[in-house]
Design a protein around this ligand. Structure first.
Ligand code: AP5
Length: 188
């Protein structure tokens, strides 16, 4: 099974990634965490990504696509995965499909965690990450609307999209995701 979790800042992608990777026994990949870790360790990827992440801008597609192509070749994801933070642009979504088809694989479902902008702000403000300041958060929300919302249509056309009411508590969000995936016949 290969699942992606989509949603704006603070929609609960990281939270549901941890829950789903545990309950479905899938490798969990958080692209935002990978970038933050790379920045903290000043790796090549981290040095390339830092100027963008620190401002709330998206890291350029070429950098992300090259990195993800290599990441998805690793052994720990060969049997399936659940991923959040990628894709975030139409170009990344198309590239992910190309990569998967090169490996003879396909995406099982794209899970969209729908929350109001108010919820995005209030949840993010409760954390104290360097990219959670009001100005940077405004830009992350703006980029989410401009670049990520359009890919919902991409997955909708492929009949891959599952929309979840993510304004609920984490356990209710998880239950709705599992119930909707089961309905499609991908889970027992
Ligand atoms: P990233 O870290 O992925 O940031 P984000 O998408 O803005 O998401 P967040 O981490 O803010 O929120 P989340 O949805 O994971 O929510 P969480 O579970 O933590 O990316 C950071 C940056 O990296 C980007 O800005 C960009 O620069 C770059 N980047 C990353 N991927 C990229 C890509 N593909 N291309 C280009 N650039 C890229 O929850 C938030 C809070 O709410 C927590 O405190 C949690 O406890 C709480 N919470 C969660 N769920 C609930 C709930 N149901 N009810 C109540 N509280 C909840």
């Amino acid at each position: 099974m290969r699942l992606i979790i989509l949603g704006g800042p603070g929609s609960g992608k990281g939270t549901q990634l941890r829950r789903l990777s545990q309950s479905l026994q899938l490798t969990g990949l958080s692209v935002g965490d990978v970038l933050r870790d790379a920045i903290a360790h000043s790796t090549r990827l981290g040095l390339q990504a830092a100027p963008y992440v620190s401002k709330g801008e998206l890291v350029p597609d070429e950098i992300m696509i090259q990195f993800m192509r290599l990441r998805l070749l690793q052994e720990d994801v060969s049997q399936g995965w659940v991923m959040e933070g990628y894709p975030r642009t139409a170009f990344q979504a198309e590239e992910l499909d190309f990569v998967l088809s090169d490996f003879g694989q396909y995406l099982t479902k794209a899970i969209y965690l729908e929350v109001s902008e108010e919820v995005m702000r209030s949840r993010s403000q409760k954390r104290s990450r360097p990219d959670d300041t009001p100005e940077i958060l405004n830009l992350r929300i703006k980029r989410f609307k401009e670049r990520t919302i359009p890919i919902l249509e991409y997955y909708g056309r492929r009949d891959t999209l599952v929309i979840i009411d993510a304004n609920q508590p984490p356990e209710a969000v998880q239950a709705e995701i599992l119930q909707k995936i089961k309905k499609t016949g991908f889970l027992q």
